[in-house]
Write a protein that binds this ligand. Structure first.
Ligand code: 6PG
Length: 255
């Protein structure tokens, strides 16, 4: 289905959602590597992408991506060390990165162990170097932006670590920000809409009945990015696509 906030595909189960997402990842990687010899992907955190990462590392998929040409970034991170169980980097490492032939230099993780301000500053420098944009807005051109951005959706409408009623959701200059998230009592490092919306393809993965109400509000409700930060995601010159399982899509209007 097509909505004002991108196209939506619904899959009967979470497993079928993961397979479709893995196929999309493989296709996006092949297209980008064909065009620029590299594939820059921003990974999401949380629990939903686990199945996708494990599938990409599996026999069925591991040989279908030229892993040595893939540059891995993260859309956000918790301010914890890389071996902490809450670390998004650790989750991706354990489910994917440790199992495919990547180049260590191509893994651009957010240094959650540093002070929040230093981690955000360091990651902005890292991103700007990777996309050859030392200053100003990201260039929406191949090789200068993410080829694929993976995002999740929180039950409160947050995505990456763009949380309701905080500042980062309205940031248009900085690419990376540190925010203290009161409801979680923790600091988070997040990419901002400035760099996320420059992505060539943005893919939301949403799974589970507990996401049904917020998914409907984000896709069909009135636009209020402070209340529903996921609504700020609107690629400047790219594709916005949602993949949901039937449980998460159970409140969406029947097509
Ligand atoms: C994080 C994520 C966050 C996540 C949503 C959904 O660091 O937690 O990047 O934005 O995608 O909270 O999380 P689940 O997939 O666990 O429901």
């Amino acid at each position: 289905m097509t909505t004002v906030r991108g196209t939506v595909e619904v899959f009967p189960t979470a497993d079928e959602l993961a397979v479709a997402a893995a196929d999309r990842f493989v296709a996006a990687a092949a297209a980008a590597i064909d065009a620029t010899e590299t594939f820059s992907v921003a990974l999401s955190g949380g629990s939903t992408p686990r199945a996708l990462f494990a599938l990409l590392a599996s026999e069925a998929y591991a040989t279908r991506v030229e892993w040595s040409r893939v540059h891995f970034f993260w859309g956000d991170e918790r301010c914890v060390p890389p071996d902490d169980e809450a670390s998004n980097y650790r989750m991706a490492r354990e489910t994917l990165l440790d199992h495919v032939p990547i180049r260590a230099a191509n893994v651009h993780r957010i240094r959650g162990e540093d002070s929040p301000a230093a981690a955000a500053e360091h990651y902005e420098r890292d991103l700007r170097a990777a996309f050859a944009s030392p200053t100003g807005a990201p260039r929406v051109a191949p090789g200068s932006r993410f080829d694929l951005v993976l995002l999740g959706l929180g039950t409160n409408g947050h995505t990456a670590s763009l949380f309701p009623h905080l500042q980062a959701v309205r940031e248009h200059m900085r690419w990376v920000m540190a925010e203290h998230v009161e409801v979680l009592q923790m600091w988070r490092i997040t990419l901002t809409p400035a760099i996320l919306n420059a992505g060539a393809e943005i893919l939301f993965l949403v799974s589970g009945r507990d996401k049904a109400a917020v998914l409907r509000r984000v896709l069909y409700g009135a636009r209020d990015v402070d209340e529903l930060p996921a609504q700020v995601i609107a690629p400047e010159d790219g594709r916005l696509h949602w993949m949901a399982d039937a449980a998460a899509a159970s409140d969406l209007p029947a097509t």
